[in-house]
Design a protein around this ligand. Structure first.
Ligand code: ZN
Length: 192
């Protein structure tokens, strides 16, 4: 297998993707949630076009996404960060309203408010694009609701984290990100 990727921008390799799907599936099961046969391959691996999946990324298993509602399981690997974002209005849709509920592991959320950041960290070199420094330490069973346009970002601690996301219909491709380098669509590089 040739691991030398010529154009390393904005992509992850197929083996990185499969590997991440398997790790995420293991964590979901470890959290006590059943996945059926064939569902591991349906886990979306999102590197936000930054090609540093373990630092900035998220793994998403969609249970349902209709034109009215969505329910997902999100997995963060140890110390992995989901970049700062918000959910804007789209046409007649006033924007995604989202409730997250922590299930398993170490989870920190960052929202509007005074800087009380203690446990988490800003991804190296990204001080300008992680503007929120109000830290909420979640325990399993804790939940938070975000209204459209309410900025947030989140990060797993040393064990990683598994959480639910319940929301109105999801149009991830239209989310706003503070980091201009982000591309929401992950490109998978085929390996020889
Ligand atoms: Zn969100």
């Amino acid at each position: 297998m040739n691991n030398v990727v010529e154009d390393e921008d904005n992509m992850i390799t197929k083996s990185e993707k499969v590997n991440a799907q398997q790790r995420a599936a293991m964590m979901i099961r470890q959290a006590g949630i059943q996945l059926n046969d064939g569902e591991t391959e349906k886990i979306e691996v999102v590197d936000f076009g930054l090609s540093r999946l373990d630092d900035e990324g998220v793994q998403v298993f969609t249970m349902v996404n209709t034109d009215r509602l969505a329910a997902k399981i999100l997995v963060l690997f140890p110390n992995q960060t989901e970049p700062e974002h918000w959910h804007p209005r789209v046409g007649n849709d006033p924007g995604k309203q989202e409730t997250i509920r922590h299930i398993w592991g170490d989870l920190l959320f960052y929202v509007e408010g005074d800087d009380n950041m203690k446990k988490g960290f800003i991804v190296e070199g990204k001080e300008n694009v992680y503007t929120l420094r109000h830290e909420i330490i979640l325990q399993p069973g804790d939940q938070l609701t975000f209204e459209p346009y309410e900025k947030h970002w989140f990060q797993a601690g040393p064990r990683g984290a598994v959480l639910y996301s319940f929301s109105t219909t999801v149009r991830d491709g239209l989310d706003g990100f503070t980091d201009p380098a982000i591309q929401r669509t992950t490109v998978i590089k085929e390996e020889n």
